[in-house]
Write a protein of this length. Sequence first.
Lengths: 97, 453
Amino acid sequence: MLTRSEVARLAALARIELSDDELDAMASQLDVILSAVAAVSEVASQDIPPTSHAVPLTNVMRPDVLNWVPRSQAMLAGAPDVENGRFRVPQILQEEQ
Amino acid sequence: MADELLSFDAVLERFDPVLGLEVHVELSTKSKMWCGCPTEFGNEPNSQVCPVCLGLPGSLPVVNAKAVESAIRIGLSLNCQIARWCRFARKNYFYPDMPKDYQISQYDEPLCFDGEIAVEVGEMAYQVPIERVHMEEDAGKITHIGGVGRIANADYSLLDYNRAGVPLMEIVTKTIHDTGAAAPEVAAGYVALLRDMVRALAVSQGRMERGNLRCDVNVSLMPKGASELGIRSETKNVNSLRAVADAVRYEMRRQGAILSAGGRVVQETRHWNEAGYTTAGRSKETAEDYRYFPEPDLVPLAADPAWVEQLRATLPEHPGKRRARLRTEWGFTQREFGDILAVPGALDTIADTVLAGATPIAARKWWLTELARRANEWGVALDELPITAKQVAEVQALLDTGQINDKLARQVIEGVLAGEGDPAAVVQHRGLTVVSDTGALEVAVDGAIAADP
Ligand SMILES: [Zn+2]
């Protein structure tokens, strides 16, 4: 059973603000999802490693060469706020005491 | 700073220090870890970014082969095992220095693991066990604007992502025991060894002052005779060799005072202050909070053993062995050699100068006096001075053959540094030759008198 405080912790980590009502609702909804997913563990035995990649590929690498054109204006243009060629973001709370 | 401190000696009477060191090394690849943007330092903000390193939707990372190769070479130099198969992992955290809102790193499957390296302090050698070397990416540079002092008071922040995505290696030790009073020096010696190693491997510039090499220092104390580890503190971003030793010493004394008074050390992240003390930082997120999972955008890495053996063959002489060899070859005392090791880059420039034909004594003299002073004045490293080892050896050769004297040699060096060309050209151009041939001198005197009777 997923507890309300676990959901609150996850929400905090994901920077999502949830009201008390929403927390209650999420806890029960997520619990349904988790138990549905948990059904997988009933069929997968211990000696089957969890799949992380569907395609059996390894070692896809690129040589260490530059592949780049200067386009900072275009890159900055998509940002909500810019100052002096840098991305401007709101103050970051509680990162340091 | 109002920490109670126990004296260092009193700490050692009652406790054994246990160390753990996490060193981040920024690689000097041409391009970033997952994209073709340049890694060059010091350019216009956000001039080296693309959709991949800005984490724009739809962009996909591709691993830089040179970074993997560099990681394996670092791992081999630390006598690590190289994983036959490993994956990248996504480390989730929200902080604007990571535009994707996660860092691609490695978690439970590091590329290199279980190594060991000997660190010499004076006449003693301490074995430092290596837990892992893993690959990840650097973050962007954040500048807090407005407010007073503390980040929480800032009005807003500005982001430069030129550094975001630069290949970063994290080298983590296992707990280091039995260092006793040498703990501060073992920690600093280990970091110095890593610095020299990555430079010798030519995988990183290894400049601590530029942040190419950054160290987090974990310290805990075990009461004498205890078998359980104490609670540790983690001091972040200790960015000089001196600071590494000082941070270890400070944390030993601070924790010693807490434990002696019957208190408990808080497990926390602390910040190193240049004035020589640590302060409590934010409470550390646990590994669980990062919700690691295998990176879906990158396929696993399977280092072919034959490739690993090829890379092993490219390893330069181990820095520790090289030091021992050079000290013997050059015939310096521990102290004379120690002076060389204390100046970053001096060992290499002196070695190159000796190879170019100068005696070790002469090479040491020039690089540790005249040139070290100039590098200091200009705020550059020795190997950044506009004079080569070969040119220094040429100056010495001119001196040895009596064509110039010591005073003129200094002027020749000035000339080379000023861009006037090779030593011989500077001598000619400045007319610096000491004329010891009396025949030539008489001709010159006669000539001068004839010209201006
Ligand atoms: Zn990029």
